[in-house]
Design a protein around this ligand. Sequence first.
Ligand code: SAM
Ligand code: SF4
Ligand code: SF4
Length: 343
Amino acid sequence: MEPLLDRLGRPLETLRISITDRCNFRCVYCMPKEVFGRDYAFLERTALLSFEEIARTARLFAQLGVTTVRITGGEPLVRRNVERLIAQLKEIRLAGSAGGRGLELALTTNGALLPKLAQPLKDAGLDRITVSLDSVDDATFRSLNDVDFSVERVLDGIDAAAEAGLPVKVNAVVKRGVNDGEQLVQIAERFRGTGHVLRFIEYMDVGHTNGWRLDDVVSADEIVKTIGARWPLEPAGTHRPDETAKRWRYADGAGEIGVIASVTQPFCGGCSRARLSAEGKLYTCLFGVKGHDLRGPLRLGASDEELAELLRSVWGRRTDRYSELRTAETATLPKVEMSYIGG
Ligand code: SAM
Ligand code: SF4
Ligand code: SF4
């Protein structure tokens, strides 16, 4: 099969699917309470793609070359019976793999519901999981999630995932003056030697409700320097051209960390990710302003061939490279919210 390439020659390999815009946390950098309060108009249930609609869309994407699907949100585990969706996605076979391989299935979560759901998710076919935890300092973490959720309970979720046999990565977004400096060393210490890869993410100007400022960003270089001053680090190379994280290995053999430098070292050149919102809008960049509606055609009876043609034409026209063009001015442009599109 000829790979489907966008206008900058990038293949389509990963699909991130947001399955809800709701969340049980109110992280201050993502869903600040002042905006996402009682009166916030979340998507109606009927507006959400059904599991069948999601699975059909994912099948078409797999035929066009997608090999990995990541489920996200909002908080994906607040959507009821999410494990049934995983089971449906697991049945999808990859293009060109006779008899073949299934999609690689990953999920990003805040971990709160993992003690209950880790095993059912694994049993349904989930391959790996990413848990977000920005700090192991309890007071800092409670004020970041803004619903008074303890570090301990997220760690319970991480343990439940590991016990269920899911490889775990831990994501920490770093914000200046909140969880930088010594806090970076603390969280690194907690996960060194556990086999869980900790990845630090530069704070990004997604959406327009978090009041992002360039001064809030702690650069990947600074993060690596801070941790390396405590435990020497050496570069660990990359696995794949579209890998978002730069990998570093502890010189003493206690495992590795990753840094996702989306602000200071953009990686648009290898970006092979498409994103589907919970209501079926397709975005070709995290910083997109407008999505392409797939729910309409899905519900109006479009054939598989018509839908595939639509996906091909959207990807074929793609020229996005927001992070490479970012300036202080672009940060204020209207953009889709992280809680809507899922990172
Ligand atoms: N609720 C799930 C969670 O928190 O893992 C999945 C959705 S959340 C939007 C996905 C990831 O985006 C999380 O790791 C979160 O920390 C990250 N994120 C949210 N806002 C961000 C921002 N402004 N900059 C960088 N990462 C951000
Ligand atoms: Fe919810 Fe995840 Fe956003 Fe936090 S980062 S508010 S857990 S969607
Ligand atoms: Fe991909 Fe857009 Fe992020 Fe660049 S800015 S890496 S094109 S999602």
